[in-house]
Design a protein around this ligand. Structure first.
Ligand code: ADP
Length: 451
């Protein structure tokens, strides 16, 4: 049977998915908003459908419109990418009910892993280490709450079970902050997610962010594709990622990798997923599972030569694929710099016309991007413009290759964080791999504020 895939996303990930579909001889439908008629992948798709006005709510999040586009074009599967509807279990359910294959895990798995308390319980059952804390129903009584807090020990992170995207969490460093924080977070969670269930975790000070790429066949088979280090972040958003994560405690790592695979097997996970951890002093602490492809998936592809997007399509469409741990081999080191349309130091978005641009190239350089000279970056969506990925045999040469790639690359007409990446490639703490998740916005930025 020939398949037709509707790509329910935009920008670089839509182009990435389109390329994978073409390699598998799948027909493609690209959907777009009114503001996105100039997107690169639209020119290569078999069919294109406008799904609504610029506002994401009326287009890329507009479920009836996307399902109608699938219906009228005769698509049989929907590729969600990341962001937008990728982790929306109701959307996955509606695809299934309407007869379209949602390319990803089942709606019920997305729902379970999207609820942070349920996810933590499932992770613990699979033998994954989690952050110590409290996830039973919180009492209203202040003295009982105080006892729970004392038992965990300050600082404590108050988290909403339905939280996501960095929202619905708060750090408390003493009893007063804790009791006030519970009330505020509860209210915020109720307003933002319609669910005010909270749980508590010990706040891990200055950890690294380490994640494990997993892949499941949906029938109880699963493999891992190693680790990524995504500690270089601003506002809880990653800007540089690399694979593998280095300088990890080997025995903790091996048991975590095994437990991650067990988790996927236990829930019959289908497709690509990421299990995220905070890492401190040789220990891993589970924070969440993302049930979708991640922005940073290319670094894993570059060290394994395993095409994650093609594998997602193959598993979802029932095409031939072999998933065996012993077939996965790791070679070298890969790094990704996310180029965003934003001021490099204030991080304020900078949409507009790209008057001129030139991509980097050469051996071991990958450029995943939808931008071109004359492309106008619309102000309505994520600011990600391009991912520059370099791969070599070891981390130090990977940084050197990235410096060259950054030197060759330019974008004119709008501001990007390109200068920040250049500085980071020269930064001793980063080059020595001594940074943690707070380094960029803390110590690194301070050196510029003092000038
Ligand atoms: P979200 O789904 O909103 O991204 P996460 O649970 O993944 O929420 O947490 C986002 C970020 O918050 C983490 O990357 C980390 O920086 C911080 N964080 C979360 N839990 C803790 C914790 N227990 N201790 C320290 N930092 C934490």
């Amino acid at each position: 049977m020939s398949h037709k895939v509707l790509i329910a996303n935009r920008g670089e990930i839509a182009l990435r998915a389109l390329r994978a579909c073409k390699e598998l001889d799948l027909k493609t439908v690209a959907v777009h908003s009114d503001a996105d008629i100039d997107l690169k992948h639209l020119r290569f798709a078999d069919e294109t459908v406008c799904i609504g006005p610029a506002s994401p709510l009326e287009s890329y999040l507009n479920v009836p419109s996307i399902l109608s586009a699938a219906e009228v074009t005769g698509a049989d599967a929907i590729y969600p990418g990341y962001g937008f509807l990728a982790e929306d279990h109701e959307f996955a359910e509606k695809c299934e009910v309407s007869g379209f294959k949602f390319i990803g895990p089942t709606a019920s798995v997305i729902k379970k892993m999207g609820d942070k308390i349920t996810a933590k319980t499932i992770a613990e059952k699979a033998g994954i280490p989690t952050v110590p804390g409290y996830k039973d129903v919180l009492p209203d009584d202040e003295s009982k709450l105080s006892k729970i807090a004392e038992k965990i020990g300050f600082p404590i992170m108050i988290k909403a079970s339905a939280g996501g995207g960095g929202r619905g969490m708060r750090v408390a460093r003493n009893i007063k902050e804790f009791l006030d924080g519970i009330n505020i977070t509860k209210q915020e969670a109720k307003n933002a997610f319609g669910n005010d269930t909270l749980y508590l975790e010990k706040y891990i000070e200055n950890p690294r962010h380490i994640e494990v790429q997993v892949f499941g066949d949906g029938k109880g088979g699963a493999i891992h594709l190693g680790t990524r280090d995504c500690s270089l972040q601003r506002r809880h958003q990653k800007i540089i990622e690399e694979a593998p994560a280095i300088d990890l405690d080997e025995s903790s790592l091996n048991s975590v990798l095994e437990a991650c695979v067990n988790l996927c097997k236990s829930i019959k996970y289908e497709g690509a997923g990421t299990i995220e951890f905070l890492y401190k002093d040789g220990s891993f602490f589970f924070i969440e599972m993302n049930t979708r492809i991640q922005v940073e998936h290319p670094v894993t592809e570059m060290i394994t030569m395993f095409d994650l997007v093609k594998a997602q399509l193959k598993v979802a469409l029932g095409l031939d694929i072999t998933l065996k741990q012993e077939n996965i081999t790791f070679k070298g080191h890969a790094m990704e710099c996310r180029i965003n349309a934003e001021d490099p130091f204030t991080f304020i978005p900078s949409p507009g016309l790209i008057t001129k641009m030139h991509p980097p190239g050469g051996f071991g350089v990958r450029f995943d991007s939808h931008i071109y000279s004359g492309y106008r970056v619309p102000p309505y969506y994520d600011s990600l413009l391009a991912k520059i990925i370099t791969a070599t045999n070891k981390r130090s040469s990977c940084i050197k290759r990235m410096k060259n790639a950054l030197d060759e690359f330019f974008v004119e007409g709008i501001k990007t964080n390109h200068p920040l990446h250049l500085l980071l490639m020269e930064d001793k703490t980063f080059c020595d791999n001594r940074h943690d998740i707070n380094y960029l916005e803390g110590t690194f930025m301070k050196q510029f504020n003092n000038d």
